[in-house]
Design a protein around this ligand. Structure first.
Ligand code: SAH
Length: 265
């Protein structure tokens, strides 16, 4: 995978490439990553990259010519690459989109600044616009790093264990199970006993249940978006039965306001 970031601030990127999983992916030849300065494609002594918006208004807009030049130069180097504009108006970035992008030969990630880029660049030279969330950043660089990071860790071989990414949150529309490491007791809280048992089948079952219940508690919307499998239904029924038994054991009064102190829970 070839990542080319087009930016007015290329110096932000080396610290990002040079650490952790991304660095390992580069060293291992899985990924190449460069950050090109859009200003190198600007004309004139001052290499101006922005101008005032037609129609008036505050802020500046990125001029189309330097952007077009930078995108075309990047495409010449990697003809199969997909050109993506980082934009708050783009398709929301998620794990499924990250996984889909791993199929590309390369990604050219265009970072806007100021009030954004001249619309004619979006129309002619950009394959897709991607947003990292419903908020507005000062520039696309952090957004581009997020895309590079999420895509890289899904490339086969990028993470140590073969299955690490398959177990991650959002793979399979659920969150990952709870994680623990040593010590066995931290500030009075023990690690669930099953994880110390060495019984791999029991650990797998515990993790599946942990993932399901955490998803139910934290991100129920994910479960409503897909069919549950028989094992998951069985787990939820068991929890449901236990919750009902717990309620029944309280011998609560019938419908109506509970006795004092119970409101708002
Ligand atoms: N005026 C524009 C926002 C410009 S923000 C608007 O209201 O739509 C400047 C640049 O930051 C954008 O061109 C884009 O490249 C980047 N950016 C800002 N928010 C972003 C987001 N949520 N996702 C991806 N890129 C973003």
């Amino acid at each position: 995978m070839h990542f080319t970031v087009l930016t007015l601030f290329p110096e932000l990127f080396p610290p990002f490439w040079e650490h952790g999983i991304i660095r390992r992916a580069i060293d291992g030849g899985l990924v190449t990553a460069t950050a090109d300065n859009i200003r190198d494609h600007a004309a004139g002594r001052h290499r101006v990259t922005d101008d005032r918006p037609y129609g008036g208004g505050c802020g500046m807009v990125m001029k189309p010519e330097p952007l077009a030049g930078a995108i075309r130069a990047a495409r010449r180097r990697c003809p199969g690459a997909r050109t993506i504009l980082m934009s708050p108006q783009g398709r929301p970035f998620d794990q499924a989109l990250a996984a889909a992008l791993t199929a590309c030969d390369g990604l050219i990630l265009v970072c806007g600044r100021y009030e954004g880029v001249d619309e004619r660049v979006c129309v002619d030279l950009v394959d897709e616009e991607i947003s990292i969330g419903d908020y507005v950043l000062t520039g696309g660089e952090v957004a581009a790093m997020i895309v590079v990071d999420a895509v890289t860790r899904l490339l086969p071989g990028a993470l140590g264990g073969a299955d690490s990414a398959a177990e991650d949150s959002f793979a399979g529309q659920r969150l990952e199970h709870a994680q623990y490491t040593r010590p066995p007791v931290f500030e009075g809280q023990p690690v669930p006993e099953v994880l110390l048992s060495g019984d791999h089948a029991a650990i797998r079952r515990w993790r599946q249940e942990s993932a399901l219940i955490r998803t139910f508690l934290k991100r129920r919307d994910l479960l409503w978006e897909r069919p549950l499998d028989a094992g998951e239904v069985a787990v939820l029924k068991r929890w449901c039965a236990e919750i009902e038994a717990l309620i029944a054991a309280q011998d609560l009064p019938g419908p109506g306001a509970p006795p004092g102190g119970q409101q708002g829970r």
